[in-house]
Design a protein around this ligand. Structure first.
Ligand SMILES: *Cc1c(COP(=O)(O)O)cnc(C)c1O
Length: 379
């Protein structure tokens, strides 16, 4: 029996090599060339007005916090309301800028619950950090309304939202900034890269300096740099080495061509799971929010005695995952332990079932059938 893994990325190898060959032929593997092409293609696909290509979503989340902090003159110790059910980058990004993550609880979609967010707003709250977990938007509209009403910025960790459509628009349009991940196991695989999409054009211009050590080549190429002074540039402030490169963008350009087709197949896998698991009431399926056509980065269920169920699946050569462990259970975020009971209980019961493009219908059936036998045996 073959092993069934949680995630396996699929690359269109010949097309990827052709795109990469162009970079190598030209001798241009860094910033510019394919990174600019990829930014344009991404804006075209999503309809988002601005996009800047990065070396990771983690870098993007850091910059989202950093630039909004500069713009709004936030102070150390100011608060960002965030979710405990996420990958740690989401919350580390808040700490990088000496701000305080304040955890709110999730709803039935495993996304931040608007009511819980509203309850945790204080005079020091500056923003909400929202994660569309597994490709689900949850109540993103209600959160956007709340942010507008309370004058808070909305940062969207859209790492799972590539190809999620919400009320007919690509996810991200409702946020002040959306950050996407193109890490290898995400829906648009490269190896490691990401995209930051500000709604404000001034911040889009600014972020291009922050991703390259604060260097501003534009002003000089427009004004001073001519003839012997071509190498001149100005440095206006510090910055980081966070920009993406043309090799990653080459992979991204190919993956982008297939992302709609790939996500349609992910939704097909989800529909197969839905069909086979529906009759077993001991398996709780996480619903998709109204108005959301999900990317289906994850297919999440909840069961009792989760760890035993996982081990039994492993014995049958099936290797699911957990997204995520409640972050307030980690030592560094333990100050918030006990404040988000629904997240904590979900975190003890969640399983992400295998979902990727190499799974055939019979593989999905094998996972579903095995899982049903296991939970029935456990009673
Ligand atoms: C993958 C992921 C990230 C980090 O993305 P990188 O591109 O690997 O830095 C952040 N948040 C969530 C929810 C993720 O799944």
């Amino acid at each position: 029996m073959d092993a069934i893994q949680l995630f396996v990325p699929t690359f269109r190898i010949e097309e990827c090599l052709e795109e990469i060959r162009e970079c190598l032929d030209k001798g241009w593997t860094g910033l510019g060339f394919k990174t600019a092409q990829f930014e344009d293609a991404w804006k075209q696909y999503t309809g988002l007005p601005h996009a800047h290509f990065l070396n990771s979503a983690t870098a993007g989340l850091h910059l989202a916090v950093r630039l909004l902090k500069e713009q709004g003159d936030w102070q150390a110790g100011d608060e960002i309301i965030t979710t405990p059910l996420t990958f740690v980058s989401t919350n580390h990004a808040i700490l990088y800028e000496d701000l305080r993550p304040v955890f709110a609880d999730v709803d039935e979609y495993l996304c931040l619950a608007p009511q819980s967010v509203a309850e945790r707003i204080t005079p020091r709250t500056r923003a909400v950090m929202y994660v569309g977990i597994g490709g689900n938007t949850g109540r993103l509209d209600a959160i956007a309304d709340l942010c507008r009403a309370r004058n808070l910025k909305l940062i969207l960790d859209a790492s799972h939202l590539t190809g999620t459509w919400y009320h007919g628009k690509h996810a991200g349009a409702e946020a002040d900034v959306a950050v996407f991940s193109f890490q290898a196991v995400k829906n648009l695989p490269t190896a490691d890269s990401g995209m930051i999409c500000f709604s404000d054009q001034a911040l889009d211009e600014e972020v291009r300096k922050w991703t390259w050590l604060g260097i501003n080549k534009d002003t000089y190429t427009r004004t001073v740099a001519q003839g012997a002074y071509k190498w001149y540039y100005d440095v206006e402030h510090e910055g980081f080495k966070y920009h993406g490169n043309s090799i990653m963008a080459a992979l991204g350009l190919v993956s982008l061509k297939y992302v709609e087709q790939d996500n349609a197949y992910r939704r097909q896998i989800a529909a197969w799971y839905d069909g086979w698991l529906a009759e077993e009431e001991r398996i709780e399926r996480v619903p998709v929010a109204p108005g959301c056509l999900p990317s289906r980065h994850l297919y999440q269920i909840m069961v009792n005695r989760r760890d035993e169920v996982m081990l039994a699946l492993n014995e049958a050569q099936i290797y699911p995952g957990v997204h995520y462990r409640d972050n307030t259970l980690y030592k560094m975020y333990a100050y918030a332990q006990g404040t988000c009971p629904r997240s904590t209980s979900a975190s003890e019961r969640l399983i992400s079932l295998p979902i990727h493009l190499r799974l055939a219908r019979r593989d999905v059936e094998r996972v579903a059938t095995t899982l049903k036998q296991i939970v029935a045996r456990m009673g």
